[in-house]
Design a protein. Structure first.
Length: 290
């Protein structure tokens, strides 16, 4: 009976060890792929990211939204003229230079409105240039090396059946969590680009209000939002760079099991910080709203 018990225990241990190793081999591949693509995704301009979507957004902005913005600009210019006349003591103290001022402001507003899409793309070109310059910061990987796996198997073989069973359950939890975080990273990076396209499509409407002191807050906040979304890519890149440095420290810690849990913990932290980058960027540039 003792021989049978030992054989059964060894068989269960080998089964659990194989299960743990199977769960952990290639565990971080999907996250690695997403992290490696972040620098490429955030460093791509809206025009280069998807030519078909970019063309659609441009046509929508210039053929559907721009005429509406033209009507808004007409109202804003008329309101501006009325305000100028009223401010001069209800036409009792009228200086004709205000008409030249109004015509100059209106001409500038028309010029800005007719080139709105190019102005918006210029904002993102500036941010993408900064991001491209900082792309070299992203180094390192969360790959589980062959040496780590060898050391892990040696550690597992020295463990008793009970702790192995607990570790097997933990490995299943990690295996389930990592693909979820990979999907979250994908959604955040692609969601930022879709937000850029949505902002660009409605650009003429807030830009039509810029020439008026009272109504221009809409246009000013819109421009701040453009810079915030553009430079959010830089914050994403900074988070990934910090993550890579932290992962390098975990990978060389000499504790395979602790390294795997540490890598997962830092991946959760990366996911959380990626969610925060949008709010941080808007806070930095003073943009408000959704």
């Amino acid at each position: 009976m003792g021989f049978l018990s030992d054989w059964l225990t060894d068989w269960l241990k080998e089964l659990l060890i194989d299960g743990i190793m199977g769960s952990l081999e290639g565990l971080f591949d999907s996250v690695n792929a997403q992290v490696g693509e972040i620098a490429v995704q955030v460093g791509t301009t809206p025009a280069a990211w998807n030519a078909g979507v970019f063309s659609l957004i441009r046509q929508l902005s210039e053929t559907v939204i721009l005429p509406i913005a033209g009507l808004i600009l007409t109202f804003v210019a008329t309101y501006e003229l009325i305000q100028m006349l009223i401010d001069r003591n209800n036409l009792h103290d009228l200086d004709y230079w205000i008409f030249f001022k109004w015509m100059f402001k209106t001409a500038c507003a028309i010029l800005i409105l007719s080139n709105t899409f190019n102005i918006v793309m210029a904002v993102f070109d500036v941010s993408q240039s900064v991001i491209a310059s900082a792309a070299g910061l992203v180094q390192g990987s969360t790959d589980i090396s062959a040496d780590m796996l060898t050391g892990l198997r040696t550690t597992l073989e020295a463990m008793e059946l009970g702790p192995l069973l607990g570790l097997f359950m933990q490995s299943l939890v990690i295996k389930l969590a990592m693909p979820i975080m990979s999907i979250v990273i994908f959604v955040i990076c692609y969601g930022r680009m879709l937000e850029i396209y949505v902002l660009a499509s409605l650009a003429p409407i807030p830009m039509a209000t810029l020439s008026n002191r009272e109504l221009g807050g809409m246009g000013q906040n819109y421009i701040k939002s453009l810079f915030a979304v553009g430079f959010q890519g830089l914050l994403i890149l900074v988070c990934v760079a910090i993550y890579a440095v932290l992962i390098q420290g975990v990978a060389t810690s000499g504790d395979p099991i602790g390294a795997i849990w540490g890598a997962m913990g830092y991946t959760v932290l990366l996911t959380f910080m990626l969610f925060k980058t949008g709010g941080i960027a808007k806070s930095v540039f003073g943009a408000h709203g959704a």
